[in-house]
Design a protein. Structure first.
Length: 450
């Protein structure tokens, strides 16, 4: 009996230590089993307390009266499936007649307290079926991406959501995106993750970094074109517009609109073309867009040329396989004419920590007003935490794993042989010198002892 007590004390101490120092390990060893039992045992009472039950139907009441049985109790949503994950539990519910998915969404905070979970979110899968995702610990405190992700062409994992799911950047679903954030908010790390995830894919990377190239030029071996000043950026964007027009001519030549060609095989963008003639997709990363749009002159032809090219690429580039990633600290009408037109074409929105509410409204005010409050509440001691959303109105809190510049450089160097040959972008290909042997050590060694 003494040994049993000692063993229980040791197990409890180990569980407490894991929960404090390694919450992910605690969840996989102890937390998932305890949480499953807690949810199943409290389910009916919690649903009733949250107002997620429906009274018995008339035929059940009549049957109870005819058979002299007690009045049946109110019924909660039926559990279709309870699935544990590496970060929490996924509960799939079948709603009762008269219930709505909004009722479950409005009760998420009460469900979180009642089930003793860290976070609870819900979404409607189809009519009458709701998925409730519960996390057992703060997955954004120490981001650990799963070993296996659902990667596909032009679809890469870049961050982890607060419900434990992986956040993907899917260019075919959301062609263009805007990322804003104050200094030291984690915007650069998010960009590094994006470049590192795209590096192994068959894609041309084009960078515009007007901060003299300090952010993107270390990754130059994987880029097909780079510009580090507004003059070069204007020429590069014009070259991209010319490349886009050439791709459209290729699509027209390969449309094959004849009577014997099925409708589904008629080409309307590069992804409908045969693989052997399909052009390489291009991802354009613009770092600090304000350096391109701001000008000291009232009527600056170069500035107008840049903004016009960006708007054309945003409006017409998707079918030609050209996708925009625009980053900046602020992005609003104060940058001049054409900026709001450009912002309207950027479907994906990601906001890191911002210094004022106006900056958050620039990102989400026109698509998801509820996300504005969440964006301005990001604390300063959690760099990398961001709010992401799109034109559908949905939004989520995410955090990208920390990727150092050295790790991103190594990834780009390892896949430098995948840089495609695009004649239109050849003049802007970064000139890279071969590493030269160093004659003397970088740090002077201490003199040998006598």
């Amino acid at each position: 009996m003494t040994w049993l007590i000692v063993a229980l004390v040791l197990v409890a101490a180990a569980a407490g230590l894991l929960r404090w120092r390694r919450p992910a390990w605690y969840w996989l060893t102890f937390g998932v089993a305890l949480a499953t039992l807690r949810v199943l045992a409290r389910y009916a009472s919690v649903m009733e307390a949250c107002g997620l039950t429906v009274p018995p139907s008339r035929w059940r009441l009549r049957l109870a009266r005819l058979t002299n049985r007690p009045v049946p109790e109110s019924r909660p949503p039926r559990i279709l499936r309870l699935r544990p994950t590496r970060t929490g539990l996924v509960l799939r519910l079948k709603l009762r007649p008269g219930q709505d998915a909004f009722d479950v969404a409005a009760s998420c905070d009460r469900l979180r307290h009642s089930f003793g979970m860290y976070g609870v979110t819900s979404r409607e899968l189809r009519s009458g079926v709701v998925e409730v995702r519960m996390t057992g610990y703060d997955v954004l405190k120490r981001v650990q991406m799963p070993a296996r992700t659902d990667t596909a062409p032009m679809r890469v994992p870049v961050a982890l959501r607060e419900d434990g799911a992986v956040h993907y950047r899917d260019y075919r679903a959301v062609p263009h995106a805007l990322t804003i954030g104050a200094t030291e908010s984690g915007k650069s790390v998010y960009q590094r993750n994006l470049v590192a995830a795209l590096a192994p894919q068959r894609v041309a990377l084009v960078g515009i970094d007007c901060k003299q190239g300090v952010e993107l030029f270390p990754l130059a071996r994987r880029f097909s074109a780079l510009a580090d000043n507004p003059d070069t950026a204007a020429e590069l964007l014009d070259a991209l517009v010319s490349h886009m027009e050439e791709v459209y001519q290729l699509i027209r030549a390969e449309q094959r609109i004849t009577a014997d060609v099925p409708d589904a095989e008629i080409a309307a963008d590069i992804w409908d073309l045969p693989a052997e003639v399909r052009p390489v997709p291009v991802v354009v990363l613009v770092d600090e867009v304000a350096e391109l749009a701001l000008s000291t002159k009232k009527n600056d032809p170069r500035r107008d040329q840049i903004v016009k090219a960006l708007v054309r690429l945003a409006q017409l580039g998707r079918a030609a396989g050209i996708y925009l990633e625009v980053c900046g600290q602020r992005f609003g009408s104060e940058l001049g004419d054409g900026i709001t037109m450009l912002r309207a074409q950027l479907t994906g929105r990601t906001a890191h920590r911002v210094n004022d509410e106006t900056s958050a409204k620039m990102a989400f005010g026109d698509i998801a007003p509820d996300a504005v409050l969440a964006a301005i509440q990001i604390p300063t001691d959690t760099p990398g935490v961001a709010i992401t959303g799109d034109s559908s109105g949905g939004w989520a809190r995410i955090r990208a794993p920390h990727t150092s510049l050295r790790q991103a450089v190594n990834t780009c160097n390892r896949h430098a042989d995948l840089v495609p040959d695009l004649p239109a972008l050849a003049p802007f290909r970064p000139a890279l010198d071969a590493p030269k042997p160093v004659a003397a050590p970088a740090v002077e060694s201490a003199p040998a002892a006598a």
